[in-house]
Design a protein around this ligand. Structure first.
Ligand SMILES: *[C@@H]1O[C@H](CO)[C@@H](O)[C@H](O)[C@H]1NC(C)=O
Length: 205
C-alpha cells in the first residue's frame, strides 16, 4: 500500500487545490433512482427483535493483505492516509459527511454501517447464513460503510431515519439515497415510518 513518490506528490497537490474534497463510497444512486428503489421495497413491521446479537455479523474481515474492512474504508475515504505494515492508519485527514467535522486521527473516526446491523437483522437478515451476514457487515461494493465522527456514529446507534437523521440537513438526500440502495441490494424491508422518513429526506434533493 505504499504510494510511489510521484503519485503521492500528485495526490498532495490535488488536496491543496481542493482542500474540502472528500470521497464517498461507491454506488450512491441518483434521487430519481432512489425514489424508484424505495417504491419497490417491501414495507413490513420489524421482526426477530429479541434475538439480535452483534456477533451474528462477523466483522471486520480481511479485505487484502493485512488490511481489514475498517482499514480499507479509512484509506478509501480519507485524504493522504498513511498506514504501517499492519495497515493501521498513522496519519491522514477524514471529513465526516454526516456532521461536517474533519479529523486527523483515525481513532476519532468510526466506520458506520449505513443500515445498522440490528436494523438489517430485524428487516430480513435474521434468515441469512452467517457468511451472508459477514458479507453484509463488510460490504465495500456499495454505499454501505461510511467513515464518520465516532460520537455521531454512537449517537445514531441502531436507529433508522424515522428516529435519527444526520446533523447536516444538506446531507439528507445522499443519506437517504445510500440507505435505500443498501436496503434494495440486500432485499431488506422498511417500516411505514421509515418509508415516509426516507421519502421526506429525498424531498430535499
Ligand atoms: C501499526 O500501528 C498500530 C497503532 O496505530 C500498532 O498497534 C501496530 O503494532 C503497528 N504495526 C506495525 C507492524 O508497526
Amino acid at each position: 500500500m505504499k504510494l510511489s513518490a510521484s503519485l503521492a506528490a500528485a495526490l498532495a497537490s490535488t488536496a491543496l487545490a481542493a482542500p474540502t474534497r472528500f470521497r464517498t463510497p461507491p454506488g450512491i444512486p441518483s434521487s430519481s433512482v432512489a425514489y424508484t428503489l424505495l417504491s419497490e421495497l417491501t414495507v413490513a413491521d420489524p421482526s426477530n427483535e429479541d434475538s439480535y446479537d452483534r456477533d451474528l455479523f462477523p466483522h471486520w474481515s480481511t479485505v487484502e493483505g493485512s488490511c481489514n474492512t475498517r482499514e480499507y474504508v479509512l484509506q478509501r475515504d480519507g485524504d493522504n492516509v498513511e498506514v504501517n505494515d499492519s495497515c493501521a492508519a498513522q496519519s491522514g485527514t477524514w471529513y465526516s459527511p454526516f456532521d461536517g467535522a474533519t479529523w486527523t486521527a483515525a481513532s476519532d473516526v468510526d466506520i458506520d454501517h449505513m443500515v445498522p446491523l440490528k436494523n438489517a437483522w430485524i428487516s430480513g437478515a435474521a434468515s441469512w447464513s452467517t457468511s451472508e451476514r459477514e458479507a453484509y457487515a463488510n460490504d465495500i461494493t456499495g454505499p454501505a460503510l461510511w467513515a464518520v465522527t465516532d460520537e455521531v456514529n454512537q449517537e445514531k446507534s441502531d436507529r433508522s431515519p424515522d428516529s435519527w437523521k444526520p446533523p447536516l440537513t444538506d446531507f439528507y438526500c445522499t443519506y437517504a439515497s445510500a440507505w435505500i440502495q443498501v436496503k434494495s441490494t440486500w432485499e431488506l424491508s422498511v417500516t411505514e415510518a421509515e418509508y415516509s422518513a426516507l421519502e421526506d429526506m429525498l424531498g430535499t434533493c
